[in-house]
Design a protein around this ligand. Structure first.
Ligand code: HAX
Length: 437
C-alpha cells in the first residue's frame, strides 16, 4: 500500500465516524428549507428540477403527462393486430403533452426510419473494443462515437442565436433515437451471435425492428419489446439517468454527449443495471440449491443471507416509490396474458410473496416492494434473450425517449446551466454551534 493511502485510510475512518455521528444527532435540523438528513442523504424528497414529461407519485407510481401505465396500455395506438402500445406513442405524448392518433404514431415510425442510418465509423469503433467489454460501456461509446453527427455542435461552432438551440437539439435527439436500435442490435449480435448482423426491416415499427435486428422475429417478442420500450421510457426528472442527461445538457453539451452521460448513470447496479443483477441473483440462488424450483423458505433464507453479507436484494426498493412499481405489475400482467407457465417467472412471483416482509423487518429499507427491474429479465429469458449482461442496453434505448424529450423542452424553455450549491460538514457544524472534530 502506498504511503498516501495508508494515511488516507486512517483519516477516512475518523471522518466517516464523525459524519455518521453528526447526521445521527442532527439529521432533523434544518439548513434552509431542508433537513441535514436530506442534504447528506442524496437530496431525497427535495424538489429542485422541472421535468414536464412525467411525474412519479410514491404511492401510485409513474404518470406520463397525467396518464398511468394501465391507461397508456389501453389508450396509446397499437401496431395493426398489436396488443401493446407503440413506444412512438409515448414519445409523442411526452413531447407534445397530448395523446397521439394512429396517424401521428405512423408518421413518427416513418420519420425515425428515414433518420436511422448509422455512420460506418460507429460500427468500426465498436469493432475495435475487446469483446469482453460490458454492453453498457459499448452502448455509451457507440453513442459518443455518433457525436460526430451533432447538428447542434456544428451550428454552435458557427454561431447560433439562443432562441434556436431547441431546433438543433430536436434534430439531434430525433436522429439519435432513430439510430439507437441499430447500435444496440449491433452490440448484441457482435458479442453473442458471431458478429452476424441483421439489416433493419423498413416495414417494422421502432420496437419490432429492434427485436428483428436482435434476431427474434416472433409476434410475442414484438409485443414484449413494445411494452418494454414504453414502460422504461421515463420516471420523472430526478432519477440518475434523467438527471445526468439534463445536467450534462444544461452546459450546452449536445444531445449525444448528454445522453451518453445519462447512460453511464443507468449502468450503475443501484439504477438500470439492477435488471442484470436480478437475474444473476436468481441464478446464484438456484446454484446454491443445486438447481430446480426453490421453496419459499429457501428464498427467504437466501434473502436473509444476501442482507447479512451487506449486499442489496436487487429489484427491490426505490428512492421515491413506496408501493409495488406499476411497471412490475404491467410485466406480471404480460406474463399472465402471453406466457402463463415459466419457472423463472414463477420464482419472481415467489420472491414477490416472500421478500417484502423480510425487507420491512430490517427497519431501515423504506420501500420493501419490487421495482421495474425485478421482472424484466425473466420475460426476456423466456423468449431466448438469455444474455443478461445486455439487458440494461434495452433499458437505455427506452430511456432515450423520456430524457431526450425533456432535453428538447429544456432548450425550448431556455433553462440555464444547472449549478446547485454545496457546503461542508465543518461549516454546518459551525452554523449549528457544534464542536468541530
Ligand atoms: N436490499 C438491501 N438493502 C436495501 C435495499 C435492498 N433492496 N433497498 C434499500 N436498502 C438499504 C439501503 O442500502 C440503505 O442502507 P444503509 O442505510 O446501510 O446505507 C437503507 O436500506 C435505506 O435505503 P432506502 O432509503 O430505503 O433506499 P435508497 O433510496 O437509499 O435507495 C435503491 C434506493 C433503489 C438504490 C435501493 O432500494 C436499492 O439499492 N435497491 C436494490 C437495487 C435496485 O433494485 N435498484 C433499481 C431501482 C430502480 C431503478 O432505478 N431502476 O432502474
Amino acid at each position: 500500500m502506498d504511503k498516501l493511502k495508508e494515511k488516507f485510510i486512517e483519516k477516512a475512518r475518523v471522518e466517516n465516524d464523525n459524519v455518521k455521528k453528526f447526521i445521527k444527532e442532527n439529521g432533523d435540523k434544518k439548513f434552509g428549507e431542508y433537513t441535514l438528513a436530506q442534504i447528506y442523504g442524496g437530496m431525497h424528497g427535495i424538489t429542485g428540477l422541472i421535468t414536464e414529461t412525467s411525474k412519479l407519485d410514491p404511492e401510485e407510481g409513474i404518470r406520463f403527462r397525467g396518464y398511468s401505465i394501465p391507461e397508456l396500455r389501453e389508450k396509446l395506438p397499437k401496431a395493426p393486430n398489436g396488443t401493446e402500445p407503440l413506444p412512438e406513442g409515448i414519445f409523442y405524448l411526452m413531447l407534445m403533452g397530448e395523446l397521439p392518433t394512429a396517424a401521428d404514431v405512423n408518421e413518427l415510425t416513418n420519420n425515425w426510419a428515414r433518420r436511422s442510418i448509422v455512420p460506418r465509423h460507429v460500427f468500426d469503433t465498436l469493432d475495435s473494443l475487446p469483446v469482453n467489454t460490458h454492453p453498457m460501456t459499448e452502448f455509451s461509446i457507440g453513442v459518443m462515437s455518433m457525436q460526430t453527427e451533432s447538428l447542434f455542435t456544428s451550428a454552435y461552432a458557427k454561431g447560433i442565436n439562443k432562441k434556436d438551440y431547441w431546433d438543433y437539439v430536436y434534430e439531434d435527439s430525433m436522429n439519435l433515437i432513430a439510430r439507437l436500435p441499430r447500435v444496440a442490435a449491433y452490440i448484441y449480435r457482435r458479442k453473442y451471435k458471431n458478429n452476424e448482423h441483421i439489416e433493419p426491416d423498413p416495414k417494422l415499427d421502432w420496437a419490432a425492428n429492434l427485436a428483428h435486428m436482435l434476431g427474434y422475429d416472433m409476434p410475442d417478442v414484438y409485443k414484449l419489446m413494445r411494452l418494454y420500450l414504453t414502460i422504461h421510457a421515463d420516471h420523472e426528472g430526478g432519477n440518475a439517468s434523467a438527471h445526468a442527461t439534463h445536467l450534462v445538457g444544461s452546459t450546452l453539451s449536445d444531445p449525444y454527449l448528454a445522453f451518453a452521460g445519462g447512460m453511464n448513470a443507468l449502468a450503475g447496479p443501484l439504477h438500470g443495471l439492477a435488471n442484470q443483477e436480478v437475474v444473476k441473483w436468481i441464478y446464484e440462488l438456484r446454484k446454491n440449491l443445486g438447481g430446480g424450483l426453490p421453496t419459499k423458505e429457501q428464498i427467504a433464507e437466501y434473502i436473509k443471507k444476501t442482507l447479512a453479507a451487506g449486499r442489496v436484494v436487487p429489484g427491490y426498493g426505490h428512492a421515491v416509490l413506496r408501493k409495488t412499481d406499476p411497471r412490475f405489475t404491467a410485466q406480471q400482467d404480460f406474463f399472465t396474458k402471453y406466457i402463463k407457465k415459466d419457472d423463472l417467472c414463477e420464482i419472481v412471483q415467489m420472491i414477490y410473496e416472500v421478500a417484502p416482509p423480510i425487507l420491512q423487518a430490517t427497519g431501515k429499507i423504506k420501500n420493501p416492494w419490487p421495482n421495474v427491474d425485478a421482472h424484466s429479465g425473466v420475460l426476456l429469458i423466456h423468449y431466448g434473450i438469455v444474455e443478461y449482461d445486455y439487458y440494461t442496453v434495452l433499458f437505455g434505448v427506452s430511456r432515450a425517449l423520456g430524457v431526450l424529450a425533456s432535453l428538447i423542452w429544456d432548450r425550448v424553455l431556455g433553462f440555464p446551466i444547472e449549478r446547485p450549491g454545496s457546503t461542508t460538514t465543518s461549516m454546518l457544524q459551525k452554523k449549528f454551534g457544534l464542536t468541530v472534530a
